[in-house]
Write a protein that binds this ligand. Sequence first.
Ligand code: SF4
Length: 264
Amino acid sequence: MKRTGTKATTKTTHRSGRQRPAPPEDRSYKVLNKAVGTAQHRYDMIADGDRVCVGVSGGKDSLTLFWFLYERLSRIPISYTLFPCYVDPGFEDGFGGVLQDFFAQTGWPPLRVESTDCGIVAHSDANRENPCFLCSRLRRKRLFEVSAELDCNKLALGHHKDDIIESLFINMCYAGEISLMKPFLPMFGGKVTLVRPLALADEKDIQRFAGHLRFPEFKNPCPSAETSKRSEIKALLEALYRGNRKVKGNIFRSLSNVKTDYLL
Ligand code: SF4
């Protein structure tokens, strides 16, 4: 694990008496804060009294998500409880313990680490589908189980705009369907709602924000980490974005502008 600083621990005291993590003096904070606020407003994502299980992967996205959900608590008129949870896929050299230490040092609520063999099962001969499809499904299932155990009515995940676009292309190319990750999705008859507060945020802003706060970097020990279908689609889309800077915005807008009369 690479640790380069402790900026994420810096705090100021808010007039409410709660400790407020100091935002970085960088445009990325304002841009992301606006994106999170707009998503919250548009989808009414998190309400007063919610119990929110937050899926933490150790990547910059979920750490940024947690930072914002925690920081907003100190300055918005509603209150909710956060339960961060990391589902360890079970590879050797996992980083669950180090991630737990980072949460403790930062003063965040304790991180629950769930040990599983999702990644191992996904790479076994018994699995006939793409390892990432099965691994993600199993880890998501475990997160729903933890949410139910903790009596959480929301499960927050750190997917952002780029992930949502990639999910559309992955589903079209490898599942033969047009579908994507929704920002707000009630499940199990409304018992728990999956929310993605970074749904309107760009990955590059998250990267910059995480860099300014010097979040730790964890190397994923999974053998598929660099060769997943997602990496292929990502590279394809990046080539498209480089060719025309309007492409990404247009793809994202098209997701709310579907002309069903012009589909088969
Ligand atoms: S890269 Fe590895 S750990 Fe990540 S979803 Fe794919 S199989 Fe699971």
